[in-house]
Design a protein around this ligand. Structure first.
Ligand SMILES: Cc1cc2nc3c(=O)[nH]c(=O)nc-3n(C[C@H](O)[C@H](O)[C@H](O)COP(=O)(O)OP(=O)(O)OC[C@H]3O[C@@H](n4cnc5c(N)ncnc54)[C@H](O)[C@@H]3O)c2cc1C
Length: 337
């Protein structure tokens, strides 16, 4: 069995760069290593948490249980027809390396999701999304192992109950499975998604629209707008954009006529959490060693040496202010531990 480490520091395992340690930590290179662990007495240790790249977690204190860290590698084409390919990737592959590999091979679909930090294994968990594309649009099957009984399971995209930044892995299967592989159906015939104004504008700098130029455009936009987690601790958007019904938005717009929102066909409206936060005066603000990013107030940053608890308390303050001002509760997107 792989070595179980005790009192293991997590500083290098979270993009907020906060100090915390876990009572136990184990890494898995492959499925046999997971099964071996799950048949040992250590499998009973609770709580347990599956950690990928740590780019969507905030440790507010030491973790008293065991952290399971899959680093399963490998990308292979398992099927294809005239229209599409099925690509199976290990959960420990770095997401953006996977996107680069697919773009290089002219397999289309996920190019708009370039430069999102983290691992392939986490991509179905919150159904990552950016610039008009969500992982759910291309996830074919998710392979996982149940922690309680070591059983291998395969979920179709439908089984995953995907919705905006949500899936079964955040609900019924939360902390109950280790995702080992994700299978994507990608297109040989390309359908470019260039509806976002930023993407359209950036593409003007390139002679043509292709998987590669979209990838490069998205990377350029993200580098310009978002803090680099290797330099400034953060976990991307701290809150989800609140989704509320059309009537409530109409009544709010009587008081806040500039309120930003995107209508969906089902009658709900996705409000811009960044706008709500900015209206409350939090753009580029700070509280102790925590702050919000100067260009994107939805991103809470570690300004250097902040503890997870300080960052969390700042997030709670922002959440409460938005609630008091607009009567809207913003749900946290980051997994707070
Ligand atoms: C600068 C920045 C920009 C970002 N931009 C975006 C964006 O545009 N869109 C977006 O959707 N997200 C974005 N994020 C958030 C983050 O990149 C994604 O949520 C990513 O998928 C997290 O991957 P991870 O491997 O780091 O997961 P972790 O943070 O380690 O874990 C996240 C969740 O997934 C679970 N998990 C991870 N791996 C597995 C596994 N193998 N099996 C079972 N459960 C698992 C964890 O238990 C946890 O609940 C951004 C983050 C940063 C820092």
């Amino acid at each position: 069995m792989n070595e179980i480490k005790e009192n293991f520091p997590l500083l290098a395992y979270n993009t907020f760069h906060v100090e915390a340690q876990t009572r136990y930590f184990i890494e898995f290179n492959d499925i046999p290593a997971i099964l071996n662990f799950l048949s040992s007495e250590h499998a009973e240790i609770r709580p347990c948490f599956v950690l990928g790249g740590g780019s969507n977690v905030l440790f507010t204190k030491d973790f008293e249980g065991i952290i399971l860290h899959p680093v399963i590698k490998g990308i292979e084409k398992t099927d294809e027809d005239g229209e599409s390919v099925i690509i199976r990737a290990g959960s420990g592959e770095e997401w953006d390396n996977f996107v680069a590999y697919c773009v290089k091979n002219e397999w289309g679909g996920i190019e708009n999701l370039s430069l999102i930090p983290g691992t392939v294994g986490a991509s179905p968990v919150q159904n990552i999304g950016a610039y008009g594309v969500e992982a759910k649009d291309f996830i074919h099957r998710v392979e996982a192992i149940r922690i309680d009984d070591g059983k291998k399971i395969t979920l179709t995209a439908q089984d995953c109950h995907f919705s905006y930044r949500d899936s079964i892995f955040k609900k019924d299967l939360k902390d109950r499975v280790i995702i080992t592989h994700v299978n994507f159906r990608l297109n040989k015939k390309h359908h470019f998604v260039t509806s976002y104004p930023d993407v359209q504008k950036e593409l003007n700098n390139y002679p043509e629209t292709s998987l590669l130029t979209i990838r490069n455009a998205v990377i350029a936009i993200r580098r310009n707008k978002l803090p680099d987690p290797s330099v400034t601790g953060n976990a991307g958007s701290f809150f989800k954009n609140p989704v509320i019904d059309r009537e409530k938005v109409a009544s709010l717009r009587r008081f806040f006529p500039n309120m930003r929102g995107f209508e969906s066909p089902d009658g709900s409206v996705k409000l811009s959490a960044a706008w709500l936060i900015e209206q409350c005066g939090y753009k580029g603000s700070k509280q102790g060693k925590a702050g919000t990013h100067k260009k994107q107030p939805l991103i809470i940053i570690n300004k250097g040496g902040a503890s997870g608890d300080q960052i969390y308390r700042f997030a709670l303050k922002i959440q409460k202010t938005v609630m008091n001002h607009f009567g809207i509760r913003m749900e946290m997107e980051v997994n707070v531990l």
